[in-house]
Design a protein around this ligand. Structure first.
Ligand code: 26Q
Length: 840
């Protein structure tokens, strides 16, 4: 990766404090000897990285302990963010930057003879997430620390994160992600923090002075052990913990079996327990009814709730006050069982009356929905539930009785209404609906973009919204600018500091100062120089990894995200084919040079998405080797997309592809990262693209295609696209080329399935949007050829993105949902300025 300068000296120009520098060098050397066991002469680069990380960690821990003590002493309300995914990436430079220690460590390491930019690449990505939802959780953790909100992230410490993707002959292969194999310098194991999580067995009921008393006799117990990773906020003022649970068996060896000599069976229980945290479930956007996944969900929910209840009891001595001191955010339905587990803790273990327990529960929880796709809504067979969590199923039934009574009162006699809001899906094999459970058990339910939240009210949660009006609210996603601007794009950051002032790092609204310079020739040139530098770095990476040469002055057209039909990488590649054909027809026209860059993983079992990857690679093979094009079109598929690769691609992008079928992308966050780095968006009116358009202005974004209501209408009319294709000669020809094996001569039928889908049954409407997309791309070409106009649009995108900071998003959650105070500005100089949240 690039050897960019990393300095974000909080006070540029000032010399480094020599004393502190000497202290840090000493600390790194001490870690090398005492924690790693090597001296400088023997140390490998990885040893140096470990030593530097540990030296930094010590400095973070001091702040961490202070923060924790202050929150505890002040009795502040805490936020708990429950998520099965945290897609963190690397932490080293992120933590250094937020601690204000980047220049210091860079110099210290330089003096010791090692380069920081070289060391940072040795840190494996923490890829404990699939995509958007997991990365959002990571951005939120950073913003909560930045805003000094006392918060814990709770999740699972997977032994293996998201699979490593290798592309071999154009096909995706999955390999295990062994991110822990060299140890993890950021985490603290907490052997003393252990909770018992139970599964299976049966429930007994007794009558206790007229009150039903349930006792769960579980059949199996697993231990959850805590591992804490400190998360530092900007300016290092506040540090929160990400607490991830690892599973182990209470008795690692069955001694009787061991003594009988059957050593393998003796550790069977251990293997069964450890399976829970072995790997991250891949997201194929279809809720696979796998038992292990349900065990993961309950495991981390139960451990987390025991943990937070224990902490609350230690401070407050009773549970009645829980909602005043605790807010729990459920990241999608994956932690929905928390609703039933808290009810069990309150009613079964602490003798609360049902009604009071329910009030406490609803006031404590809130739930974020990230998808409307019906196939992605989580359900579990009642039969599996009963076997694994018998008491929780009873609790669900009881919640449902009260809830359906409310439904009956609201719409008397309306059976369909009751069936639609019920926690149990009674159609064909009874199933527990996790979305309904999370909704009913939460006081606020939020969507992740304005349009998505509106669609929630109109579609999946239409009836629940009728029953509980005012619960649904919108919180448009955001991204942390520290990672996605300062760390990923140091050169642009330096330019912004110079033009908008140092304060821009603490107040992104100052980015608007760029507006006045958007047409200034000299400024435009400097802005383009930054982009060009970033494009050179990406071109180098492409040459290293793929051996393909790309022209850094060409338009870099980027689509980076999970591979999924609704995201329509297929639309992009079909347009690429059409453009290729047009260029071949008229090789002497002054075509704008383009590099089409794709990256993303397909779920291992999602065969159609993997076929799309193959198509992209096959088209790349043909196009990249066609001398007629004279290098003016290149297609690149960069393997193993992850956070670190995104940090190189995004600063180098000119055009951002956000082309999902309208109504299907809940928000998107890559769209924000790219626009913040000056890429112009080509996109549909979907998710947060709409709000991006509203902020950057319609003239600075290329919108095309059907809108969400058009899509719904078309879907009702049927999915056959034969007529559309007939009327579009360009599309006909592109689809025919794919169908006839022009890109797969060794296997002409390879993509027949894709052509057939586009023609006859494509719910994602590639054909219906094709002409509009092709036109939009040609208008992008035209704009690209007038460089000052292009640069102006690009600058205005940067200038107008401040609103998309996750600091803004978190502030809204804090004020409207959690009712916790936030720091007014993260700036160090305003350390004491706190703002009260709505509920105090
Ligand atoms: C469910 C059941 C079993 C196994 C896996 C899953 C599963 C896992 C992950 C289902 C869905 C996900 C992830 C969804 C996701 O990332 N959604 C994205 O969330 C982003 C943050 O809000 C949005 O910006 C994206 O629009 C949305 O697609």
């Amino acid at each position: 990766m690039s050897d960019q300068p990393l300095q974000h000296d909080p006070r540029p120009g000032e010399p480094l404090d020599e004393l502190q520098l000497a202290e840090i060098k000493g600390a790194i050397l001490a870690k090398l000897r005492l924690a790693i066991g090597k001296d400088a002469g023997m140390a490998t680069k990885r040893d140096w990285y470990m030593a530097a990380a540990l030296a930094l960690r010590d400095r973070i821990v001091h702040r961490w302990l202070t923060t924790e003590k202050q929150s505890y002493d002040a009795g502040r309300k805490r936020v708990y963010y429950l998520s099965l995914e945290f897609l963190i990436g690397r932490l080293f430079t992120d933590a250094l930057n937020n601690m204000g220690l980047l220049p210091m460590f860079e110099t210290a390491l330089g003096d010791l003879g090692v380069g920081l930019s070289e060391l940072r690449r040795l840190e494996p990505d923490a890829a404990l997430g699939n995509g958007g939802l997991g990365r959002l959780a990571a951005c939120f953790m950073e913003s909560m620390a930045t805003l000094s909100i006392p918060a814990f992230g709770y999740g699972i410490r997977y032994d293996f994160g998201l699979f490593r993707q290798i592309i071999s002959h154009g096909l995706q292969q999955e390999y295990p992600d062994e991110w822990l194999s060299f140890g993890n310098p950021w985490e603290f194991q907490r052997p003393e923090v252990v909770h018992h999580v139970h599964f299976g067995g049966h429930v007994e009921h007794a009558d206790e002075r007229g009150r039903d008393r349930a006792v769960w006799h579980p059949a199996e117990t697993v231990e959850a052990i805590a591992y804490d990773t400190p998360i530092v906020g900007w300016r290092g003022q506040h540090v929160n913990a990400l607490r991830l649970w690892s599973a182990r068996a209470p008795d690692p060896l069955d001694l009787d079996v061991f003594n009988s000599g059957d050593y393998i069976s003796a550790s069977a229980e251990q293997a069964r327990a450890e399976a829970i945290c072995k790997f991250l479930y891949p997201n194929d956007e279809s809720a696979a009814g796998r038992e292990l996944r349900l065990r993961q969900e309950f495991f981390f929910v139960s451990a987390s709730l025991q943990d937070l209840v224990e902490r609350h009891l230690a401070a407050d001595g009773q549970l009645r006050s829980l909602p005043q001191k605790v807010a729990v955010q459920l990241n999608d339905t994956h932690p929905s069982l928390a609703v039933t587990e808290l009810m069990r803790i309150l009613v079964d273990l602490h003798n609360f009356r049902w009604e009071e327990a329910w009030k406490i529960t609803v006031a404590t929880f809130s739930y974020t929905n990230h998808t409307l796709l019906p196939e992605a809504l989580e359900t579990w067979p009642v039969e599996l539930f009963e076997r694994l969590l018998p008491r929780h199923l009873e609790i669900i039934y009881r919640i449902n009785v009260h809830h359906l009574a409310l439904a009956e009162a609201r719409c008397p006699g309306d059976i369909d209404f009751r069936a639609s809001v019920s926690l149990i899906d009674e159609r064909g094999g009874r199933k527990v609906r996790m979305g309904q459970l999370a909704f009913v058990g939460s006081h606020r339910i939020n969507g992740v973009s304005a349009m998505h939240s509106e669609l929630m009210k109109e579609t999946v949660f239409h009836d629940l919204n009728h029953l509980y009006p005012s619960r649904i609210t919108n919180k448009t996603n955001g991204i942390t600018f520290r990672r996605w601007l300062m760390l990923a794009n140091p050169r642009l950051t330096a330019l912004l500091r110079e033009t908008c002032g140092e304060a821009v790092l603490d107040d992104f609204s100052l980015l608007e100062k760029l507006e006045d310079l958007a047409s200034d020739n000299a400024f435009q040139q400097r802005f383009r120089d930054v982009k060009h530098h970033n494009k050179l770095a990406l071109a180098r990476l492409i040459a290293e990894r793929l051996g393909t040469k790309v022209d850094p002055s060409a338009l870099f057209d980027v689509q980076i995200k999970r591979i999924h039909e609704y995201k329509r990488q297929l639309l992009n590649i079909v347009e690429t084919v059409a453009l290729y054909q047009a260029m071949k027809d008229e090789p002497d026209r002054n075509w704008a040079s383009r590099v089409k860059i794709f990256a993303g993983k397909a779920a291992a079992s999602y065969h159609y998405a993997k076929l799309i990857i193959k198509l992209i690679n096959d088209v790349a093979n043909t196009v990249n080797n066609d001398p007629d094009l004279r290098g003016r079109l290149k297609v690149i598929f960069l393997p193993d997309y992850n956070v670190s690769l995104a940090e190189v691609i995004i600063p180098a992008a000119d055009l951002s592809e956000q082309i999902s079928t309208a109504g299907m992308e809940a928000s998107g966050t890559g769209n924000m990262k790219l626009a913040l780095n000056g890429a112009v968006t080509i996109g549909t009116l979907d998710g947060a693209n709409i709000e991006i358009r509203d902020h950057v202005g319609a003239e600075n974004i290329a919108i095309f295609g059907m809108e969400a209501d058009d899509v719904m209408i078309r879907r009702k009319q049927g999915l056959d696209a034969t007529d559309i294709i007939k009327r579009s000669p360009r599309l006909s020809r592109a689809v025919a080329a794919i169908e006839n094996g022009e890109f797969s001569p060794e296997e002409p039928n390879r993509f027949a399935r894709i052509a057939e889908a586009i023609r006859f049954h494509d719910p994602y409407m590639v054909a219906a949007d094709f002409d509009s997309y092709y036109e939009a791309q040609r208008s992008v070409d035209a704009r690209w050829q007038v460089m000052p106009a292009w640069t102006r649009a690009s600058i205005l995108n940067v200038a107008r993105m401040a609103w998309f900071s996750s600091d803004r998003t978190i502030r809204e959650y804090a004020e409207d949902i959690w009712h916790v105070p936030v720091r007014r500005s993260p700036s160090a100089t305003q350390g004491k300025g706190f703002q009260r949240g709505a509920g105090g």
